[in-house]
Design a protein around this ligand. Structure first.
Ligand code: PEP
Ligand code: MN
Length: 338
């Protein structure tokens, strides 16, 4: 339910409304706008008729049901876009955000070189996996805490905030001590206990769409995080599985403008995992920006041919640097800067 307070409603009236929402067994989410306050009341669907009585309270203008199954993630609950500030880098603002870096953290030299290359090209966030979700148990599984320490070192050297994947709730707190953004990978998008766990943490969550996740399911996963009290969720379209095998996945670009309609959360595109082929990354990155994405996530490796994972889709620093320049007119055409 969305409870819109009257213009100029007093703090007492707002708190009185919140108290009544809580009495009815609902949790309030306060959205304080410039002109008026809006309160989202979420909880058991069955009591929604009782919430309708809130309209009789002092200071309340209207009470409207949120029709979408995802409540807090929906545009209905929050018409203005959500901006997420990560140490000065803002997702969902006018400026595009580019996250760059290797698939996995492999060594000190590799991650420091990658970080310097991302920074020199004008990238904003460093990515790198320390806990890797690999299809084969015999493949490189990541450097774990050692990798987190190297990411922190790379942040210190370059000033870039760092993003890394959380695969399991048991490692989340440790990762939270090092990372600026917690990534939930495609394979864990419906790991509801993990979503609840990062929803209780105080770091932004970068949520990747699963290879067979519908947009509604994707937004319900975002809702899990939001419902736990963490308002900072960044959505990432990273390709879905189709009959086509020429590319690793099929980039669902229509998801970008549609998600922007359905939700206020920032939307980022990952053309690296979406295509699996480095040559396709620049054109798809440009297309994503043209479609209205708030940012890009691009795999960059100093020596892709020697990468422990995803070398075929990783850009060399020189190619990444060129792409950053080539993106400028696309950003401008979409009304954004880079
Ligand atoms: C990644 O970004 O490193 C990754 C594993 O991607 P995805 O979860 O989208 O497969
Ligand atoms: Mn990868």
């Amino acid at each position: 339910m969305i409870i819109v307070m009257k213009k100029g409603a007093t703090e007492d009236e707002i708190q009185g409304t919140v108290a009544r929402i809580n009495e009815l067994g609902y949790k309030e989410h306060l959205i304080r706008g410039v002109e008026r306050t809006v309160i989202g009341a979420v909880g058991d669907e069955r009591g929604k008729y009782m919430l309708e009585s809130l309209v009789t309270l002092a200071g309340v203008e209207s009470v409207t049901p949120i029709l979408k199954p995802y409540k807090l993630a929906s545009r209905e609950s929050r018409p203005e876009p959500t901006a997420i500030n990560v140490n000065g880098v803002v997702f969902g603002g006018e400026r595009l955000v580019v996250i760059g870096g290797p698939c996995s953290v492999e060594s000190r030299e590799q991650i420091i070189d990658s970080a310097m290359a991302v920074k020199a090209a004008g990238g904003h966030i460093l990515r790198g996996g320390a806990y890797k979700p690999r299809t084969s148990p015999y493949s490189f599984q990541g450097m774990a805490e050692e990798g987190l320490k190297l990411l922190a070192e790379a942040r210190e050297k370059t000033g870039l905030p760092v993003q890394t994947e959380v695969m399991d709730s048991s490692e989340a707190d440790l990762i939270g001590e090092y990372a600026d953004i917690l990534q939930i990978g495609a394979r864990n998008v419906q790991n509801f206990s993990l979503l609840k766990k990062v929803g209780q943490m105080k770091k932004p969550v970068f949520l990747k769409r699963g290879m067979s996740t519908s947009l509604e399911e994707f937004l319900m996963s975002a809702e899990y995080v939001l419902s736990q009290g963490n308002p900072d969720v960044i959505l990432c379209e990273r390709g879905i599985r189709t009959f086509e095998t020429a590319t690793r996945n099929t980039l669902d670009l229509a998801a970008v403008p549609l998600l922007k309609e359905l939700t206020h959360l920032p939307v980022v595109v990952d053309p690296s995992h979406a295509t699996g082929l480095w040559r396709l990354v620049p054109p798809m990155a440009k297309a994503a920006v043209a479609a209205g994405a708030d940012g890009l996530m691009i795999e960059v490796h100093p020596k892709p041919s020697e990468a422990f994972s995803d070398g075929a889709q990783s850009l060399k620093p020189k190619v990444f640097d060129q792409l950053m320049r080539d993106l400028v007119p696309f950003a401008n055409a979409a009304g954004r800067s880079l």
